[in-house]
Design a protein around this ligand. Structure first.
Ligand code: NAD
Length: 368
């Protein structure tokens, strides 16, 4: 079994992070199953992603609903309460957030803050007795990932990472094509994600808050792509930073970088990420053909083709599919599939750190 959705969906009842988890199905006061109820989600951080993607998606979800908000900005609280009919009792700021422990309306806390703040709020949410979804990258370091995973385990709560693509049909199809070797063994992959960043004063350009540049932000999708197409964990990595063509803008983080993974089967991947040039492509060349997604990682619609013709799949709202998928599993009282847990988020954070180390040292980093 590998770590990915395609095969691991059959392994829902296996283990989470190697440890058996006892998860009673959620029940109401009379002990009846809550499958018919929508789980209440509280969004922490009401920035771009919450405002434009998650809150609208929560108007379409079947198994969860927008029940609460956590914000440091009172004006935003007023606006959101009015727009989404959120009661004042379900509105928190970053200081009084821990009181969410006493709020039965909130089942899941969804952390949508700058990367450096993920750990604190995931740990506090777990300590408040809530399940947690945390945006990508799960954290900046592996040690922080461990803190989050351990806090959730200790509270007997589940931790999901915000990998919306794992519930997206085009992505699930390329997982199947690669992992089931539909075109024979995967030989090489090109997996890249980059865009031209705007406002240079935003937290994404500050190393302490973002953990790095485009690699942390969108390069992580390219890492994921290579992993979920092969269904393997890379055994070594080499990497290179570009020269800085806009040095005034990129004082703290990399501008563009490339890296290469080797996989146990012999497959290789090449990836580039950038904050100065756009790219969004996942291409796999196999023994008997090829397949690709382009666009591959954005909000969709994604588009795909193979050496035998176009990939036809339903177009879904990524965020709704992801939050519904996670919520349905929680409502069923099952462990989340491994490929969507904090453990999966940690695997990528470990690789991001190794990519930086490879680029900084010029050495091949052994990942075994
Ligand atoms: P954003 O800058 O638009 O929003 C960040 C929010 O955090 C704002 O509401 C801001 O007020 C709040 N905040 C609290 N303390 C802050 C501080 N000290 N500095 C800056 N902001 C502070 O960012 P975003 O684009 O919404 O990203 C938030 C998280 O979501 C990041 O981890 C990002 O990687 C992730 N994200 C994921 C996706 C996806 O497709 N899964 C897309 C976008 C962002």
């Amino acid at each position: 079994m590998n770590n990915f959705g395609f095969q691991s969906r059959r392994h829902f009842l296996s283990t989470v992070g190697g440890a058996a988890l006892t998860l009673p199905a959620l029940t109401d006061a009379l002990g009846q199953p809550l499958q018919t109820r929508k789980l209440g989600i509280a969004l922490v951080g009401l920035g771009y992603y919450s405002k434009n993607l998650l809150a609208p998606a929560l108007q379409q979800t079947q198994h969860c609903r927008l029940a609460g908000i956590v914000t440091g900005t009172p004006a935003k609280a007023d606006e959101w309460m009015a727009k989404y009919n959120i009661p004042k009792a379900n509105v928190y700021d970053y200081k009084n957030f821990d009181r969410i422990a006493d709020n039965p309306d909130i089942d899941i806390v969804y952390v949508v803050l700058p990367n450096s703040m993920h750990t604190e709020f995931v740990v506090r949410a777990a300590q408040a007795g809530k399940h947690v979804i945390c945006e990508k990258p799960l954290a900046i370091t592996e040690a922080e990932c461990d803190q989050m995973i351990n806090a959730c385990r200790k509270a007997n709560k589940q931790l999901a990472v915000g990998y919306r693509l794992h519930y997206e049909p085009f992505t699930q199809e390329v997982m199947r094509l690669g992992q089931q070797k539909v075109f024979g063994a995967v030989k090489f992959i090109e997996s890249s994600d980059g865009f031209r960043i705007g406002d240079p004063s935003q937290w994404r350009m500050k190393k302490a808050m973002a953990g790095g540049g485009p690699l942390m932000d969108v390069g992580i999708y390219a890492v994921q792509g290579a992993r979920y197409v092969t269904g393997e964990e890379p055994i070594s990595v080499t990497a290179q930073f570009s020269a800085k063509t806009e040095p005034q803008k990129f004082k703290e983080v990399e501008e563009t970088m490339s890296w290469q993974f080797r996989f146990p089967s012999g497959a290789m991947s090449n990836s580039t990420t950038s904050y100065t040039a756009g790219v969004e492509r996942l291409y796999a060349s196999c023994e008997k053909g090829w397949f690709e997604l382009s666009p591959a990682f954005g909000y969709g619609p994604l588009k795909g083709r193979t050496s035998k013709g176009p990939i036809e799949m339903p177009v879904v709202n990524h965020q709704a599919a992801h939050m519904d998928g996670v919520s349905k599993t929680l409502l069923d009282g099952k462990p989340l599939p491994d490929h969507i847990t904090g453990e999966e988020g940690k695997r990528d954070v470990r690789l991001l750190q190794a990519i930086y180390r490879a680029a900084e040292t010029g050495r091949t980093i052994n990942l075994k």
